[in-house]
Ligand binder design. Structure first.
Ligand code: 13P
Ligand code: SF4
Length: 310
């Protein structure tokens, strides 16, 4: 079937069946084109709170669909492809976290939103890459246990030297695959370009960057900058999308390794299938108790996000 015909069919079916499609900016272009809302994890969490349609179809990875479900328990939430997980979100079991909490009983447990719903149950506050520095700065305890991304944790620690931030091994295997030498080489190859990187990258990469921010932050920075060339240190889709949106500028991927297979596993036909036969789709099913326990740390992030800094 022709790709445009599939897109048209999706657009008709989503209206007919009362679906809203949310897509993370790392998914394929043909999916971003048919989504109602696109963006980074923080924007999508906010968007998920404010949806009129009765059903949400999430194109991204499982923890994001779980977050949408916890924020919208009355809606049916489907993950477009049930195999789309996030290795970082799944790297810890609740038992391992319970062990860490015993080891560090006086620390506030801050969870990157890239964690499973069951892990979130054991955390105090959630953060996204765009909200992490602000949220941690507002926590009423200087001792923090930051899970699961040590690279984002190191970035927050660097920005907030007044906080004592303990991190653990792990992180995003995609962003953390890029080395400091590769960043230096990219800068050597493109001397006029600014290096924009995601804080999931290694500190040796982050320290060479001209701008560090979430997916949406990188996108906004590149669009608003007067500069004409950028090296993009996050998933390849961002460099591609920026190149379409700003054809007068040049975007170079920091590394060809920056491809998230989990984000790319969802196809347009997966989206179509769920809309045609939702009963066969991968619905996120959580009990009311699981939702209540899992969303406490998300609510705390949203509450702290709204709080003025004292
Ligand atoms: P953001 O969406 O917060 O930029 O995070 C990127 C990411 O890796 C999502 O899994
Ligand atoms: Fe997980 Fe990394 Fe993929 Fe984001 S880019 S979904 S953190 S593996």
């Amino acid at each position: 079937m022709d790709i445009r015909r599939v897109q048209e069919r999706i657009l008709n079916l989503k209206k007919e069946k009362d679906f809203c499609i949310l897509a993370h900016s790392y998914v394929k272009k043909e999916i971003l084109e048919i989504a109602d809302k696109t963006g980074d994890s923080f924007k999508l969490s906010r968007d998920a709170c404010d949806i009129d349609a009765g059903n949400i179809l999430f194109c991204g990875v499982r923890f994001m669909a779980e977050t949408a479900k916890m924020l919208n328990p009355q809606k049916k939430v489907y993950l477009a492809n049930g195999a789309a997980g996030c290795p970082m979100a799944e790297q810890f079991s609740p038992e391992e976290l319970k062990g860490l909490k015993k080891q560090y009983p006086d620390r506030t447990v801050v969870a990157y939103v890239n964690t499973t719903a069951t892990l979130k149950e054991h955390c105090d506050v959630c953060v996204t890459s765009s909200s992490a520095v602000e949220i941690v700065s507002k926590i009423n305890n200087d001792k923090i246990l930051f899970i699961p991304d040590p690279n984002l944790g190191a970035y927050v620690a660097e920005k907030l030297p007044q906080k004592d931030i303990k991190t653990v091994n792990g992180g995003c295997p995609i962003h953390a695959s890029v080395t400091g030498e590769e960043a230096a080489e990219a800068k050597r190859l493109h001397p006029d370009a600014l290096l924009l990187v995601h804080p999931e990258c290694l500190p040796e990469v982050v320290k060479q960057a001209d701008y560090v921010g979430s997916t949406s932050g990188i996108t906004a920075f590149a669009k608003n900058s007067d500069k004409k060339e950028f090296i993009i240190g996050t998933e390849l889709q961002i460099a591609e999308s920026l190149q379409y949106e700003c054809p007068e500028k040049m975007f170079y991927p920091l590394s060809k390794k920056l491809v998230c297979a989990d984000m790319k596993i969802t196809t347009l036909l997966d989206v179509l299938r769920v809309l045609e036969e939702p009963e066969k789709g991968c619905e996120v099913v959580m009990s009311a108790e699981e939702i209540e326990r899992g969303r406490k740390c998300i609510d705390e992030m949203l509450r702290l996000g709204e709080q003025k800094k004292t």
